[in-house]
Design a protein around this ligand. Structure first.
Ligand code: IPE
Ligand code: IPE
Ligand code: MG
Length: 243
């Protein structure tokens, strides 16, 4: 833990990070795109730990979208390898999660992921399920539309089985059937790398999220940038349709 954390009056409960710009970061250095992903993975750990130390209770990191399968096979393989490496770092990662009492949760479609990765995901979720101080969602094979489609199917199944009636379906029913069930919606969504779009990230949950963007490429993202986001957040006037 560190002792140089600025104090903030209002903290977002949940921050979403779209970890974008790894490829360009590598290209700028004449490196393979996979080197950018490797650096991006380090940044993920650094930023996750810092946010936990600041007191953020929920974070969601967008790691791989349902559309990212369209990338060259070699890049997809390099990414899957990185996810496995992160989860395989066993004791070291567990100790990190332990100190900060972080619960890891993977959101996204399980189908289509390599079997060995799936096993590691289930293990990491099982082992960190005892923590409730910080929840770190990793959005992997995640798409907001796929998530809503999945929820609609689950709800339809319940109606079909007679567990609920059509009139019982409310916005809460949808919130309760998506991957982030039980968690607050993201208060702020961060997108680095100079793109101004959500790219299928938290489509349902982002209805009233604040948006923060910057030209910084994800591997260059620092704790200072998190402080900037939090400073900015103090000045946002969230009205939720009111006055
Ligand atoms: C984000 O970085 C990582 C993933 C989408 C997996 P990119 O790989 O999209 O980097 P750019 O956008 O090409 O720079
Ligand atoms: C969004 O980045 C997905 C992740 C960061 C995992 P992309 O690089 O895939 O998004 P687009 O294609 O620029 O919209
Ligand atoms: Mg990108």
């Amino acid at each position: 833990m560190r002792d140089n954390i600025p104090k903030f009056d209002v903290l977002p409960e949940h921050i979403g990070f779209i970890m974008d710009g790894n490829g360009r970061w590598a290209k700028n250095r004449g490196l393979e795109r996979s080197a950018g992903h490797r650096e991006g993975a380090k940044t993920f750990r650094k930023i996750g730990e810092y946010c936990a130390d600041v007191g953020i209770k929920y974070m969601t990191f967008y790691a791989f979208s349902t559309e990212n399968w369209n990338r060259p096979k070699s890049e997809v393989l390099a990414l899957m390898k990185l996810f496995k490496e992160y989860l395989n770092e066993g004791d070291e990662r567990i100790a990190e999660n332990d100190i900060r009492q972080m619960r890891l949760k993977f959101i996204g479609e399980r189908e289509g992921l390599p079997k060995d990765l799936l096993k590691l995901i289930e293990k990491a979720e099982r082992e960190s399920a005892k923590y409730d101080k910080v929840t770190v969602n990793i959005a992997l094979n995640y798409g907001g539309r796929a998530e809503i489609t999945h929820a609609v199917k689950e709800i339809a199944e319940k109606v079909k089985n007679g567990e609920m009636s059509i009139d019982d379906i409310s916005e809460k029913t949808i919130s309760d059937n998506i991957y982030t069930a039980g968690q607050p919606d993201p208060d702020i969504i961060v997108r680095p790398s100079g793109e101004y779009r959500l790219s299928n990230f938290m489509t349902w949950q982002s209805a009233y999220s604040e948006f923060w963007y910057s030209d910084i490429l994800w591997p260059d993202f620092t704790e200072e940038d998190v402080n900037r986001i939090l400073d900015d957040y103090q000045k946002r006037n969230r009205r939720f349709g009111g006055v």
